[in-house]
Design a protein around this ligand. Sequence first.
Ligand code: ADP
Length: 466
Amino acid sequence: MLYADFRNTLQETLDAKLRLKADGIENSIRTYWQTEKLEMTKEWANSFLFFKRKDDRFEQIAYQLTIEELNRGDDIFTVSFIFDPQGTLIASSHVLEDTKPFKKIVLSTAVNKTNSFDVVRLNILSGQAVPFRVITKPVMANDKVKYVVAVMTSLIPLSKELAELQQAFFLQIPIILLIAIIGALVLVQVTLHPVDEMVRSIKQINADTLRLRLKVPNTDDEIARLAETFNDMLEELEQSFISQRQIVQDVSHELRTPLTILQGQQEVALRRERSVEEYKEVLYSNLEEIEKMKHMVNNLLLLAKIDKDSILKGIGSVDINKLINKMVEDITILAEDKKIQISIFERNKNILVKGDETYLKLLFLNIMDNAIKYTPKGGKIIVELIKLKSWVLVRIEDSGVGIDEKDIPYIFNRFYRVDKTRRGGEGFGLGLSIVKSVLDLHKGNIRVESEINKGTTFYIHLPLST
Ligand code: ADP
């Protein structure tokens, strides 16, 4: 545990300080011996006299040593002693009335000849026992214990420190932790509140309430971005739902007229007996209506297929010159019926376009088909192929009825027909939406210029194959 580690470290530090002081006193004693020895050698004294004399002087000098060690400017208050091996006090840095508690410790150190740390309790403050940490250290000469140095310090400051530490660990730290936990909970609550609100709003959104949007918080953070992204997705879904609904409405609307005609014709035919010729006529007329409906349904399925293929599958390099020439050849028969003249101008040869040949045929077929459809007898159609830097431009110009400026933005929409009364043979208004879908798939674009009764020009750009 952290607290136990702290306590041990504090105790070890205190012991190290005591040991340092005791070492200091031992060193001083040894230095004293050295000088004494030198002096005595000079005096030619015998060894007995030397030891005898040294011991006599030592008692006077020892007090000095203990005081010296005391004055070293340490950060703890210590009391130093020098005992003889029998436990009799020779000198001390402070006057201590009762040194009995030390006797046992000193004797045991003198016997063991090693340093020892103990705790003694001294009655120094009006009879109150104060605990002291004490180190006893033997000072040896010729393998014999000459003195025992003791240094002690009060354990009260350490206890105080430990008590404070204990308070920090067992009282303050839990309080800090509690505050941190409460803070974290409040923070989580504050940050998650907008998420909760979002979840509540999302739960209200279904297929019928797609117009609802999430409230975007004014925070410019992840939550705000999440709400924005979700709203973008809702916008896309809503648009897609609206257009799906529109298609269903349009299809029902478009099918209603031919079905009404079919029904009417059959009802009239069944009103009375008819000749075989009359029945045949009704059946042929019915067949024509059915043919038209089939054509419309096929075109719708085709559109659905193109829109589903968000990326081109049968991609390859298509020679656009070849493709256009072949198509013009095919529709010339149609054009000849109306005495329409078709000319091709190939500004460049072998222009390769990246794309799906079947879809590209469908694109140009619809445009050329319209050109013949909306150009009166004796008119003309010009097809021009120009290779640009990274595009091919296919220009298809006719001298037909033209399109009113106000209609141009809508002609690529599904089921949009300029002249709604001219239904039947003129188609269902799906041709140009197929053109647009194929172009989107090929990352191409289309532009129209038109003047009523003068003619229409379509400019189609397709990316070249690299
Ligand atoms: P539709 O089946 O009616 O031809 P399209 O989608 O192909 O449908 O064309 C939409 C409308 O755009 C047509 O109804 C027609 O009014 C107009 N349009 C298209 N091409 C031409 C053109 N070359 N000249 C005049 N009008 C055109």
